[in-house]
Write a protein that binds this ligand. Structure first.
Ligand code: AMP
Length: 418
């Protein structure tokens, strides 16, 4: 993948994230395995099957070997929450709005859209003031704006509410009742999931399980009046921002920490791995990891999948120099070199042909660099006390005077045009 394209996309994302007043947080690539197990849930697929573990050994005072486990981060929510708690941010901030961009790691069989090292852009809004339905709506609107700002139109936002921790318990009990008569029809792995965490059965991609799930009549999760009111406020806030969504009562998320709002963004442009990203509210996680009782909501979008979904005609301009300098002989090169330094001091991006070569060959290099202007220094120019400036778009050229190594007129001309 073209790195210039990645950088251009990252720049667009940062602009959007800053517009919503989210600030970047950078956390380590690996953390204690326990952090992920405690946050995502011991029984989650990621913790059970996909963690890439590092094992460090040391001897204790009695000479016994002690193993301690760290894992490459499979996602970043747990790390951000750990950092929030360690920095005591609830003391100083009513609401912390973070974003991150970086590599995540999961041990799975690589295929299109599913890699062992992939990249996510995500946000986490955490704090006592994070208990607002407007913040659920804000993060969904932000995910949508990110996709739209990249020209991606073909996507669907599905949303649901799992309610409070108590509502989740009730929903889980109800679901078990509904699925129990069909247990033998589920895929083998999903029969296990039924025992461990019934919500994951709804998430399954297994054909037999999907047939059972599709036959279930789930109008909505078992929400209390309060949770239902909260959910309706989120939906109203989204409508007022003209965000299109579908309420999907069968949408649950595979991780333990979600409560209330959950959402997923899918695209038909992606094939079988159709999720561009997902997120939701996780009001109990900060407390569960030893922090204060504050709310939180966030999402993560997969960058490789975003790139797969980009429209083909997206005009992402890579990095190109403003100026390319050509020296045609040994006498001209020191002057060209000096000019390169002076232009860079003026923050003009420029490059030079390091090897003396005939005009035609150097112009080919200049063309390839996609520079807007080419400055040529050769025997003729030295004799006349000028340099030739060629405008690559217009195809025009002019001679600009350089007397006694005074490049000020030339530099002014270039600065003006850039
Ligand atoms: P998840 O935490 O699994 O919901 O992941 C959030 C988003 O990250 C997904 O919707 C994908 O876009 C992306 N993602 C997750 N796992 C992978 C992977 N193995 N390879 C590429 N992208 C992934």
């Amino acid at each position: 993948m073209d790195i210039a394209k990645w950088q251009a996309i990252e720049d667009i994302l940062r602009d959007v994230l800053h517009t919503y007043n989210y600030l970047e947080i950078r956390t380590p690539i690996f953390e204690d395995t326990e952090l992920f197990a405690r946050s995502m849930g011991q029984t989650s697929d990621v913790v059970q099957k996909q963690m890439l573990n590092l094992c460090s050994q040391r001897r204790d005072d009695d000479g016994h070997l002690k193993l301690s486990g760290q894992s490459l981060r499979p996602e970043n929510t747990a790390s951000v929450v750990r950092s929030y708690i360690q920095q005591n941010l609830e003391r100083t901030e009513g609401l912390s709005k973070f974003y991150y961009m970086g590599p995540m790691f999961r041990g799975e069989r690589p295929q299109k859209g599913r890699l062992r090292q992939f990249h996510q852009v995500g946000v986490e809004a955490i704090g006592s003031q994070a208990q607002s339905p407007y913040l659920d709506a804000e993060v969904i609107a932000l995910a949508v704006t990110i996709l739209e700002s990249l020209g991606i139109k073909d996507f669907t936002v599905k949303i649901n509410s799992l309610g409070s921790a108590e509502d989740k318990e009730n929903f889980s009990a109800w679901l078990r009742e509904q699925i129990k008569p069909h247990l033998s029809k589920l895929g083998a792995e999903d029969q296990n999931r039924f025992e461990r965490n019934v919500f994951r059965v709804l998430d399954s991609k297994n054909k037999d399980t999907r047939a059972v799930v599709d036959s279930l009549e789930i109008e909505s999760a078992a929400l209390s009046d309060e949770s239902q009111r909260y959910f309706q406020q989120v939906l109203a806030a989204l409508r007022s921002l003209n965000i299109h969504f579908e309420v999907d009562p069968k949408l649950v998320r595979g991780l333990d920490y979600y409560t209330h709002t959950v959402f997923e963004i899918t695209s038909t442009a992606l094939g079988s791995q159709d999720a561009l990203g997902a997120g939701g509210r996780y009001n109990n996680l900060v407390k569960q990891l030893g922090g204060p009782d504050v709310g939180a909501v966030g999402f993560a979008l997969g960058l490789e999948r975003i790139i797969l979904a980009l429209p083909e005609d997206l005009d992402v301009i890579g990095v190109t120099p403003d100026v390319y300098i050509i020296a045609l002989d040994e006498q001209s090169f020191p002057k060209a070199w000096q000019l390169l330094g002076l232009l860079r001091n003026e923050s003009i991006s420029c490059d030079i042909g390091y090897k003396i070569a005939p005009m035609k060959r150097q112009m080919r290099q200049a063309d390839k660099s996609k520079a807007e202007m080419v400055i040529i220094l050769g025997e003729d120019e030295l004799r006349k006390g000028v340099v030739t400036v060629k405008d690559m778009q217009e195809g025009t050229q002019e001679e600009v005077p350089v007397k006694d190594n005074d490049y000020s007129v030339l530099i002014d001309t270039i600065v003006e045009r850039c």
